[in-house]
Design a protein around this ligand. Structure first.
Ligand code: ADP
Ligand code: MG
Length: 237
C-alpha cells in the first residue's frame, strides 16, 4: 500500500529527512515516533504530496508520486486522507456539515452522503451530536469530528499527524483506539506521535522511530535503518 525508497528532503541546506526506506501493507498500523523536529510531519507531507519529492520514490495507494501530475493530486487525496493536530474543523457549522463536506465536494448523491455520515458518526460515537454546532463541542468531540471527516471518504490510507497532541491523556488513548479500529476496515494507518504512553498501549502495532531525519529503529523488516555508508555511496552528501 505504501512503499517509500531512499526518501530524503532538505529545507535549504538543512536535511529534514535522510534516506528513509519502508514498506507498509494494506490494513497495517504504523506508529511514527520521534522527538519534536525529527521530521515526522515532513515525512507525512511527502506521502500526501503536500511537499514535492526531492530525492527518492514513493508509491502510495496505487499512485507513483514521482510521476504524479498536479491535476492528479485531488485523486490522490481521495485515497490518502490526513488528520491534523489542529483539527481544521468549521466551528460555526454542525457536526453533520463538517463530516459531510468531503463527500459534498465530490458531488455524491445526497442519500448516499447522509447514509455514510450517519454510519461514520455512529462508529465514532458522535451520532447524537450530528445537529450540534461544532464550536459548542468539547476538544475530544471536535477531534472525533475531524477523524470522522477524514474517514468518511473511505480512504485506503489515513495519515495522522500527532492528532492527540492537544488532548488530555485519557482522550488521547481513546482517540488512538479509534484509529486502531480502522485497521479492521482494511485502512492503512500512519500515526505520528511523540507520546510513549500511546506506543505502550498497542505493542502489536509497527513502530518506526526517526531522529534528526533518520530511521533509528524499526520493529519490522519492512523498514531500513539509516546507514551512513549507503548514503556516501549513493552520492547523497
Ligand atoms: P516533527 O514533525 O517531527 O516535529 P518536522 O517534520 O516538522 O518535525 O520538522 C523537521 C525539521 O525540519 C525541523 O528541524 C524543522 O525545523 C524543519 N522544518 C520543517 N518545516 C520547515 C520549513 N518550511 N522550512 C525550514 N525548515 C523546516
Ligand atoms: Mg510535526
Amino acid at each position: 500500500m505504501i512503499k517509500a525508497t531512499h526518501l530524503s528532503y532538505t529545507f535549504g541546506s538543512y536535511w529534514a529527512l535522510k534516506d528513509i526506506t519502508f514498506t507498509l501493507g494494506k490494513g497495517e498500523f504504523l506508529f511514527l515516533s520521534g522527538p519534536s523536529g525529527a521530521g515526522k510531519s515532513t515525512l507525512l507531507k511527502l506521502l500526501y504530496s503536500g511537499l514535492p519529492l526531492q530525492r527518492g520514490d514513493v508509491w502510495i495507494a496505487g499512485f507513483s508520486l514521482n510521476s504524479l501530475k498536479n491535476s492528479q493530486i485531488p485523486l490522490l487525496r481521495r485515497q490518502v486522507s490526513v488528520v491534523f493536530q489542529d483539527f481544521k474543523i468549521m466551528p460555526n457549522r454542525s457536526v453533520r456539515d463538517n463530516i459531510a463536506l468531503p463527500l459534498e465536494i465530490r458531488g455524491l448523491a445526497p442519500l448516499h452522503i447522509e447514509r455514510r455520515v450517519k454510519a461514520v458518526a455512529k462508529a465514532l460515537k458522535i451520532e447524537e451530536k450530528l445537529k450540534n454546532c461544532c464550536g459548542s463541542l468539547s476538544g475530544g468531540e471536535q477531534q472525533r469530528v475531524a477523524v470522522a471527516r477524514s474517514f468518511v471518504v473511505n480512504p485506503q490510507v489515513l495519515l495522522a499527524d500527532e492528532p492527540t497532541g492537544n488532548l488530555d491523556p485519557d482522550l488521547s488513548l481513546r482517540l488512538m483506539d479509534l484509529f486502531m479500529q480502522f485497521q479492521s476496515y482494511g485502512t492503512t494507518v500512519i500515526f505520528a506521535t511523540h507520546s510513549h504512553e500511546l506506543l505502550k498501549r498497542h505493542p502489536s502495532a509497527r513502530l518506526m522511530r526517526i531522529e534528526q531525519g533518520m530511521v533509528t529503529y524499526a520493529s519490522w523488516p519492512g523498514a531500513l535503518l539509516y546507514r551512513r555508508a549507503d548514503m556516501d555511496m549513493g552520492g547523497v552528501t
